[in-house]
Design a protein around this ligand. Structure first.
Ligand SMILES: Nc1ncnc2c1ncn2[C@@H]1O[C@H](COP(=O)(O)OP(=O)(O)OP(=O)(O)O)[C@@H](O)[C@H]1O
Length: 358
């Protein structure tokens, strides 16, 4: 069981210096618009992922007119106390676990699993393909450390290949270096493709089950993996695309171009589903994510729920609350502008909720 007991935020977004203690499994965070509810969830997320859920630009996480921030988290994991400290100062980031600094932040990922569900997640459905890849990559990186390793190397090689395409190396055989890069792209891209494909096959039924439960309907949801590698050999594709890549000065084929199509009753969710249906699907997607992480880590991730009540009808809200209040879940943080609404929503459940007003 993973439980965060205390967090200190220093110069993090709108917090100059504030400590929060969490005694209960279910923690409600209430306050008016702009008071810092989402920022508090993001601080918890930061401790787990060494980055904000919303931005990779650290200056946006640093309080205005200051040069850095510090987050301290005191947690309990399987009965053991754990201390995570993340600091950013003058653009330099440091992360330590139990006073030992990480040389690579990727080593921290997956040790303190968490799932955030926030209104901006609508972009996973509505936004460009990079939003969907980002979601999938974050999830698979938590599950499979080797996935993250391959992805990091792949992205490095891709950058080098694109740089070369923009500034072709002089010399008798300009293709030689591209051959080397292509080999490495295939070597690191293939396992990423395999893990994505295998994962999605087993993940879709779990999303369907949760969607049925939350929506109370039997609409069919589907996730279609769009990857050119499903049709053709990787090396052959890179070779066939080389002339085009040289003309366009970028790598036009490979797993960095993958996409996912979300479907509701065989129609694209992006264009056809209602806001409530999309939101229900996102909950199903994220809670299925929660389930697979829990199964793999044998411990429930932290669940961070931001603004859940928007756009869901009363029945869907109650089914959702009943689900997350159940003992299958670990520590749950949930924000709302109305304390009474939160209390009311949890009044039928067994669990007492700790309310924090900010
Ligand atoms: N870098 C920063 N420095 C100082 N304040 C910031 C920074 N970034 C954001 N803020 C402030 O944080 C506040 C937003 O906080 P947050 O999004 O957590 O609010 P919220 O309580 O979740 O609001 P809502 O109920 O509207 O969702 C805004 O007032 C914004 O000006």
């Amino acid at each position: 069981m993973l439980h965060i007991q205390k967090i200190s935020l220093i110069q993090f977004k709108n917090y100059s210096r504030q400590d929060f203690s969490f005694q209960r499994r279910i923690v409600g965070i209430t306050g008016r618009n702009g008071s810092g509810k989402t920022n508090l969830l993001d601080a918890i997320y930061y401790l787990c992922f060494t980055r904000s859920y919303f931005t990779s630009n650290e200056s946006q996480n640093t309080q205005y007119q200051t040069n850095g921030f510090r987050l301290e988290g005191y947690l309990e994991k399987n009965g053991q106390p754990e201390k995570i400290i993340c600091t950013v100062k003058d653009g330099r980031k440091e992360v330590s676990l139990n006073d030992e600094k990480y040389d690579r932040f990727s080593r921290h990922i997956g040790q303190f699993p968490a799932v955030m569900i926030a209104p901006d997640d609508a972009e996973i459905i509505l936004g460009g393909s990079e939003e969907r890849r980002k979601w999938l990559d974050t999830l698979l990186s938590q599950l499979y450390p080797e996935y993250l390793e391959h992805l990091i190397v792949y992205q490095k090689i891709l950058l080098q290949r694109n740089t070369l395409l923009k500034n072709p190396a002089p010399g008798p055989n300009p293709d030689a270096l591209l051959d080397v890069f292509d080999l490495q792209l295939v070597q690191h891209g293939t396992p990423v493709f395999e893990i994505r494909r295998r994962f999605l096959d087993s993940f879709i039924p779990q999303v369907q089950q949760l969607y049925d439960y939350i929506s109370g309907t039997h609409e069919v949801v589907n996730i279609r993996y769009q990857c050119t590698l499903l049709e053709e050999d990787y090396t052959a594709q890179l070779t066939a695309a080389r002339y085009r890549d040289m003309q366009l000065q970028r790598t036009t084929t490979g797993i960095h171009r993958d996409d996912l199509q979300f479907l509701l009753n065989d129609h694209l969710m992006k264009t056809s589903a209602s806001q409530g249906q999309r939101k229900s699907f996102l909950f199903a997607l994220k809670l299925a994510q929660f389930e697979v992480i829990k199964q793999q880590k044998k411990s429930a991730p932290l669940l961070l729920l931001d603004d859940v009540f928007e756009k869901l009808d009363q029945e869907r809200v109650l089914r959702l609350i009943n689900l997350v209040a159940g003992e299958n879940y670990g520590q749950v943080f949930i924000t709302d502008t109305h304390a009474e609404r939160l209390l009311q929503a949890f009044s039928e459940t067994q669990e007492a909720i700790q309310l924090i007003s900010i």
